[in-house]
Design a protein around this ligand. Structure first.
Ligand code: SF4
Length: 376
């Protein structure tokens, strides 16, 4: 079982908090799609022995692709993917791209899951984040997708914005729950190096939400979504039963994936490969018949640390029987030794053969994970 991720590095405008690789030069779109198709031809052997069960088109803003470019990409993918066997085909979209005609075009493709970057249902927040859409436009986009027959819709929200109150966050949750979506991802606002948001912070023009309030927002989110039937299956991800994101779960479950496009990563169980985070360089290398990339051979320690980083984020946790076949006894003993203090104080627990972070431990999950990390 394998997955394909395709990165679309185009955005109409840049949001102030974002450090994902993307640019606003749409004139590169056609050459970029050609390059992705060429990379797919070049690398499909890396996963073709396994059935491709998930396809994720992320970005950037994939919904900024012209309908013709998107169709061309899918026509090419059809050479290698049996759509009937591919369980989940997701495209990330911005609300204001989801016009009736764009959605109608998406319906002509095998896409069965729409992930909408909404971030907030408050126009003040959206303006601050330099999002293009309004809260109403986001609601309309969800309704149009539903009316067009999409019944697997995910939205992204951000909490912990400057000056955001717990009550304002609650209102966001109210609106999200009123939409009838199947999946929600929520992230605390992060001040990433090099972003416009970080500059504002350095200039003293915005003040970070304090940790206590941010944790209260997260706690409120978990309680309210669980009450509404969207269970937390990963630290930032919530879904109705059977709507957990299969592609993202493959990152957490050690499934191999092929990452195509600028800044895309690939993983085959032994190596991790990184395409350049430079759209022009990516296009030019493919036009010259090669694909430049960096590759990292994963040592046992790398794989162990990756396993912690991904599986401890899941509600299920680490399969204790399974890890004995993947790691040395010394490393496993080290993991339990480091986990012990967290188990004793209730931040971790061992349940039904899984070692996992408890609800109490969720609030310090980064600390727990880094405590269990192993270094040479
Ligand atoms: S958050 Fe999304 S839309 Fe905004 S700049 Fe980043 S990738 Fe583009």
């Amino acid at each position: 079982m394998a997955g394909i991720y395709i990165h679309i590095p185009f955005c109409y405008t840049r949001c102030i908090y974002c450090d994902f690789h993307s640019g606003t030069d749409m004139s590169l779109q056609s050459r970029y799609i050609d390059a992705v198709c060429a990379e797919l031809d070049m690398r499909i052997d890396e996963i073709q022995s396994q059935p491709i069960h998930t396809l994720y088109i992320g970005g950037g803003t994939p919904s900024q692709l012209a309908p013709e470019a998107l169709s061309r990409l899918f026509t090419h993918l059809s050479k290698y993917i049996a759509w009937g066997e591919c369980r989940e085909i997701t495209i990330e979209c911005n609300p204001d791209d989801l016009s009736e005609s764009y959605i109608a075009h998406l319906r002509t493709l095998p896409i069965n899951r729409i992930s909408i970057g909404i971030q907030s249902f408050d126009d003040k927040d959206l303006h601050f984040l330099r999002r293009r859409h309004s809260a109403q436009a986001a609601l309309d986009a969800i309704a149009r997708c539903q009316a067009a027959g999409y019944n697997n819709i995910s939205i992204d929200l951000i909490y912990g914005l400057p000056n955001q109150t717990l009550e304002a966050w609650d209102r966001n949750i109210d609106v999200a729950l009123s939409t009838g979506i199947q999946h929600l991802s929520a992230y605390a606002l992060i001040y990433e190096e090099g972003t416009a948001l970080m500059k504002l912070k350095e200039q003293g023009l915005v003040q970070e939400c304090n940790d206590e309030l941010s944790l209260s927002m997260y706690s409120r989110l978990i309680d309210r979504l669980e009450e509404a039937g969207l269970h937390r299956y990963e630290i930032s991800n919530f879904a109705l039963p059977h709507y957990e994101a299969q592609h993202n779960s493959s990152y957490w479950n050690d499934t191999h994936y092929l990452g195509l496009g600028a800044a895309a990563h690939s993983y085959n169980g032994v190596t991790r490969r990184y395409n350049p985070a430079d759209t022009r360089a990516y296009i030019e290398s493919l036009e010259q018949g090669s694909c430049c990339y960096e590759e990292e051979q994963l040592t046992e320690l790398d794989r162990y640390n990756d396993m912690l980083l991904t599986r401890l984020r899941t509600r299920k946790g680490i399969d204790e029987a399974n890890i004995t076949t993947h790691f040395s006894t010394a490393l496993i003993n080290y993991m339990y030794r480091m986990a012990q203090p967290h188990i004793q104080c209730g931040n971790m627990e061992q349940v039904d053969g899984y070692l996992r972070i408890t609800r109490q431990g969720l609030f310090i999950s980064d600390t727990i994970i880094s405590d269990l990390f192993a270094v040479e």
